[in-house]
Design a binder for this molecule. Structure first.
Ligand SMILES: Cc1cn([C@H]2C[C@H](O)[C@@H](COP(=O)(O)OP(=O)(O)O[C@H]3O[C@@H](C)C(=O)[C@@H](O)[C@H]3O)O2)c(=O)[nH]c1=O
Length: 183
């Protein structure tokens, strides 16, 4: 059975699937529609993504897609480790602009569920980190948005990983105050 615990922003969840080790290696159900539904994740996932980041200190984010292509995300790491971050960007939320972070790693074999209405990003804590995640809406470049990972108004405590490496798009992302967000 997958263990589930809400993080300090309660809609964001940590899940830890059971791992069955034996002489050959291990087996693990990393998603099961029935047990995840019982845990509160009843969402229908329609796309699986896989990213590789060669270096420690690669930042991807903060990303989200706008309605009607907003995505819930179920994120895990199969090699290496990340500090994963979710920021509440729902204007009407009492926790608008608040963030939560969690180390997600191949070693911990944990997952983070980031619902719609949150911007998502991570920094790699090890070289050659591979992140796999399921999403509930298809990629749509027209709805795809980015917010500055180091927006002082959000104030995320990024770890000391040396120099951050970002895409051009993420370097030029707007601040939260200038971004289109959720109602
Ligand atoms: C996200 C995405 C990108 N792409 C393409 C567009 C582009 O040419 C290339 C790289 O895209 P990006 O630079 O946006 O990739 P990346 O910076 O890894 O974007 C991802 O970051 C994490 C934090 C998330 O939460 C994801 O939802 C996604 O936004 O891949 C797709 O074809 N499908 C997709 O679903």
């Amino acid at each position: 059975m997958t263990m589930v615990s809400p993080l300090s922003l309660g809609e964001v969840l940590e899940l830890t699937p059971k791992k069955f080790g034996d002489d050959r290696g291990f087996f693990s159900e990393t998603y099961n529609h029935e047990s995840y539904s019982i845990a509160g994740i009843t969402h229908e996932f329609v796309q699986d993504n896989h990213s590789h980041s060669a270096a420690k200190g690669v930042v991807r984010g903060l990303h989200y897609q706008l309605t009607p292509r907003a995505q819930d995300k179920l994120v895990r790491v199969v090699r290496g480790a990340i500090l994963d971050v979710a920021v509440d960007i729902r204007k009407s939320s009492p926790t608008f602009g608040h963030w939560v972070s969690l180390v997600v790693s191949a070693e911990k074999w944990n997952q983070i569920f980031v619902p719609k209405g949150f911007a998502h990003g991570f920094v790699t804590l090890e070289p050659n980190t591979e992140v796999i995640y399921k999403v509930t809406a298809l990629y749509s470049p027209e709805h795809d948005r980015s917010i500055r990972f180091d927006d002082p108004a959000i104030g995320i405590h990024w770890p000391d990983v040396g120099e951050f490496q970002l895409s051009e798009k993420d370097r030029n992302a707007p601040l939260l105050a200038d971004a289109a967000v959720f109602d």
